[in-house]
Design a protein around this ligand. Structure first.
Ligand code: SF4
Ligand code: SF4
Length: 402
């Protein structure tokens, strides 16, 4: 296994982190404890030392805690879990959910504790108004939280604002070769790393879609095969991420032993960042072009049209729309909800465009943005989508801002 150093702590972290959200499951949908234990113990024996879960992943904290405690492995791993912000209505809820996570994980402390999905600076400010900063100080003193960070899905400029809002210990962003200009993107990755904090990557395979031969365009598969038949599409996607010196580790949600084997083999080869040969980088660039060619809206993600004075997330809206034709509609809708922060605000949605036209004056591609946003709304924000978002807001008690 290869390791990179967390610059804030000196912790030696395996570049492959184990995402515990996708443990193998039985036919009945329960976590298959036997298989999960075998995989997790095997991963640790082969050098993986970072395990990521969350309060809201069904059964995941309990399973992770049980396996680690049963095999007496606590001192061999770093555990990360996440505070469910949308469930926290009062100051005492912070304690309630942290204590529950500690109990489920059978541990006295969390190595890397994340605020789960901060999407806007306003959301962080609301938490601060609830006393979050003093709570963090208290939990650090008690030794229950070691490192504090946040996971992010949202707009690039919001990510930068949140990063700048305090001295975070680490952050976790979605990043892969199709997300260079989406969400935090490469700009966000570089900004966070420039602050001297470790950056952890989630969705390196875009929910498995960059690994699934059935979902990749045939032309893209051919480019990869011609470049080198040795590495699978999954290995290529992971190698591309590890090649970034700003990345500390990436998380892979492995649900089968063969995925673990493949990912460990790929990690073992990445002896340092910046080692991919030119032909391999060029092959990835060509694959990106293939995806872009199948784009319905020829947006390059330059961001010149942003910010929209009414808050519409134009760039990610177009990206999700294009994605819906390559990696599938449901998956694109999920990305759209996350990128537009639809659970906390209606502003980012394409449907919030009032047609003022300001954005179109800045677009170097001369994209008819207003018309294209109508297409995004029609495809990604149909009636049942907005109803489902409203139900989700109701169930989680989130009051969406206009
Ligand atoms: S036309 Fe729509 S997206 Fe463009 S700036 Fe105006 S409100 Fe924003
Ligand atoms: S200015 Fe045009 S090309 Fe650039 S992000 Fe906006 S819509 Fe896309």
């Amino acid at each position: 296994m290869q390791y990179r150093i967390d610059p804030k702590t000196g912790n030696k972290l395996s570049i492959l982190g184990f995402g515990c959200m996708r443990f193998p499951r039985t036919r009945g949908g329960r976590i298959d404890m036997q298989k999960s234990e075998a995989m997790l113990v095997d991963a640790i024996n082969r050098g993986v030392n970072y395990f990521d879960t969350a309060y809201i992943y069904p059964g995941s904290e309990e399973a992770t805690g049980h396996i680690i405690a049963k095999n007496n492995l606590r001192d061999k791993v770093y555990i990360a879990t996440k505070l469910p912000l949308f469930l926290c209505k009062t100051y005492s809820d912070f304690d309630k959910y942290l204590n529950k996570s500690l109990e489920r994980l059978k541990t006295e402390y969390i190595d890397y504790y994340l605020m789960h999905m901060i999407t806007t600076p306003e959301q962080w400010q609301t938490l601060c108004d609830m006393g979050m900063e003093s709570w963090i100080d208290e939990k650090r003193e008690e030794g229950k939280i070691k490192q504090l960070g946040f996971s992010f899905h949202g707009k690039r400029e919001d990510f930068v604002s949140i990063i700048d809002a305090r001295d975070w210990d680490f952050t976790m962003i979605q990043y892969n070769y199709l997300d260079i200009n989406n969400q935090a993107g490469r700009t966000g990755l570089k900004h966070a790393a420039s602050k001297g904090m470790p950056v952890f990557i989630m969705e390196p395979l875009l929910g498995g879609r960059l690994a699934n031969q059935k979902m990749l365009p045939e032309k893209a598969i051919n480019i990869m095969k011609q470049d080198s038949p040795v590495h699978t599409p999954a290995a290529r996607a992971l190698r591309w991420i590890w090649n970034h010196e700003e990345v500390t580790l990436l998380l892979s949600g492995m649900s089968a032993q063969n995925q673990l084997d493949e990912n460990i083999a790929a990690a073992n080869e990445m002896t340092s960042p910046n080692i991919l040969p030119q032909n391999e980088l060029e092959a990835v660039d060509k694959v990106i072009v293939v995806f872009n060619e199948s784009n319905k809206i020829s947006c390059t993600g330059c961001g010149y049209c942003m910010p929209c004075p009414f808050g519409v997330n134009i760039v990610d809206g177009f990206s999700s729309y294009n994605m819906s034709y390559t990696v599938g509609l449901l998956s694109a809708m999920k990305t759209h909800v996350q990128a537009t922060a639809a659970l906390t605000t209606k502003k980012g949605l394409a449907g919030s465009c009032n047609g003022c036209g300001k954005c179109e004056r800045s677009c170097p591609q001369s994209i008819p943005i207003r018309q294209s946003l109508k297409a995004v709304k029609k495809r990604l924000e149909p009636f049942w989508f907005t109803s489902a978002v409203a139900v989700a807001r109701f169930l989680t008690g989130v009051k969406a801002k206009k």
